[in-house]
Design a protein around this ligand. Sequence first.
Ligand code: SAM
Length: 457
Amino acid sequence: MDYYIWTFGCQMNIADSQRLASELERLGHQATLDAEKADIWVVNTCVVRQSAEDRAMNRLLLLRGWKKRQPQKIIGLMGCLVGIKDTTLLRQKLPFVDVFLPPSDPSPMIEFLRDRRSEMELVADDERMRHHRDTLQDGDLILPAAEAGNLFSAHVPVVYGCSHACSFCIVPFRRGVEHSRPVGEILGHIRSLAAQGVKEVMLLGQIVDRYGKDVPDGPDLPALLRLTHQVAEETGIERIRFLTSHPNWMTDELLDNVAELPRMMPHIEVPVQAGNDEVLERMKRGYTAEQYRRLVERIRASIPNVAINTDIIVGFCGETETQFMDTYNLLAELRLDKIHIARYSPRPGTLSARKMADDVPADEKERRYVKLEELHAQISAEHNARWLGQTVAVLVEDLHKGKWRGRTPQNKLVFFEHPIDYRGQIIPVEITWTGPWSMQGRLQLGIETTPVCLETR
Ligand code: SAM
């Protein structure tokens, strides 16, 4: 059967969808680009903000309409809207959904499909599984046919769940307690991606720098990076990144590894969320603005040419204009590369939704959002302008509106035009134009026919 997956939300959801796709491929199903014609529809949901939840619900309502006309189709609902707890109420609310899949767990769909198969089809499945068992290891991932050889940067979960309990965040309620993925499974996943043409891996966790803390004597993130680096050298993975870091767990050893291992990219994602200590305290983040400031200094001193990205929430419970301006001024001072800005959205069950008033009006949240976005655009433009005239190493990923699109070691977007398809290769591109959100360039003269692997930092 053909399947189509809509993925909302974070990188972890992208990885979860990939895991589901892999399991469906293993059973002989195929991805299709024609959503309406697919036999299996899956909506992988995010509920981190109300707006994300609304988008997922709208998609589900569309599918309910499609299913009225084609009742044999299978609808799967996956991810944080389902969560890890009892789904009875959700099942009553959404009776047209056939299968409910918690985050990172494709098994309910696989069992549902196997239950519907005839005896003969099950024998064929077992044959296929036996063949796969001979060739695949635990953790291996099968990319859909359209992606194998076309996907060059892939996500690899290393820590599932989260136990930090920031007061605003619904993730621990929906994804459960933090648990690290076994190292053998992670490395198997990376090897299988490399065998299918992937050149860059992004190791994922809600707090990725806590990798291994729940496993006595297991490797921690620096050790995992070293092991990943070895596998990368053996298999041709050119670039390694990781996200999202929490400021409290970014050790010097971790930063030194990023600086010293040549395939580790100079790119750190470390949310600050707010620049005022009282707000940080109410958010239960566990650090002060000054500690974050010192961390940024440490990262910049350790990793040459590093790009530091962050997340900010504006209009959190009780945030005054002065407290917002502390955040604004911290960013104006630190000039971080990229900021993911969110307007605070109370989420059911979280400490802030239960105990604190959502007292910043929507139009004020919007004003703070726009003010910070303007600063962000200005800082990003400055950062990108530094690359003007320089030659950067671009991993070419795809064609977008007639231009090749790729990323620099700092994860900055670069577009260029060229008659030759260099997708999946790292090539030198001279930057000829820069804006806040992307750069444009040209392939360096003289190398058009002999692309080189060149990492410039
Ligand atoms: N675990 C990471 C951390 O906070 O260190 C980030 C993961 S979280 C799923 C992604 C981002 O969503 C957060 O960094 C935060 O900025 C935003 N976010 C989470 N809960 C939110 C809420 N209730 N309202 C607005 N934004 C929120």
